[in-house]
Design a protein around this ligand. Structure first.
Ligand code: ZN
Ligand code: ZN
Length: 159
């Protein structure tokens, strides 16, 4: 497990029923809403509400209660859901020339003042319904990937 140099403490993320949990090294900084059809099927509600971090910051505490499924979606995510309550818990993604990423649903993170707010909607073209907020909304697949790239690079290589 990676060392946390900043606080020496770890955050606990857990699904609504509590059967599935993760240890997270630090609160993620990037959060977004994803309206792709896979997020729509995995998340409760109309879209995914996820944070992005490096996979090496995340440890699965309860491997026995998380079911991983590989979806043929954007980037080929391996999505883990709680085997008891079915809520998404963590998804892992391997991208070429990048460190491995983890997507952790905002709903499983503890509510703290440093929990990030969502910054944008992506894959909005496949939305189940319109969302009326002031956040930027990107529709196409390629455009959604492109607009998200700076956040990905920041998470991958930034400090
Ligand atoms: Zn659960
Ligand atoms: Zn999605």
């Amino acid at each position: 497990m990676a060392q946390n140099k900043e606080t020496g403490a770890q955050l606990t993320a857990q699904c609504p029923c509590g059967a599935a949990s993760l240890a997270i090294e630090a609160m993620p900084t990037v959060r977004f809403y994803c309206h792709c059809t896979i997020c729509q099927s995995v998340y409760p509600g109309d879209y995914g509400d996820a944070t992005l971090m490096r996979a090496d910051k995340v440890s699965v505490r309860t491997p026995g209660t998380i079911t991983f499924t590989r979806h043929l979606d954007k980037g080929g995510l391996e999505r883990g859901t709680c085997s008891q309550c079915n809520h998404p818990v963590v998804a892992f993604m391997n991208a070429p020339m990048m460190p491995k990423f983890a997507f952790v649903p905002a709903a499983v993170l503890p509510d703290r003042p440093d929990k990030p707010s969502s910054t944008r909607h992506i894959f909005y073209g496949t939305r189940a319904r319109d969302v009326h907020d002031a956040l930027p909304k990107t529709e196409g697949d390629a455009a959604s990937m492109m607009v998200f790239t700076p956040s990905v690079l920041k998470v991958a290589f930034g400090r």
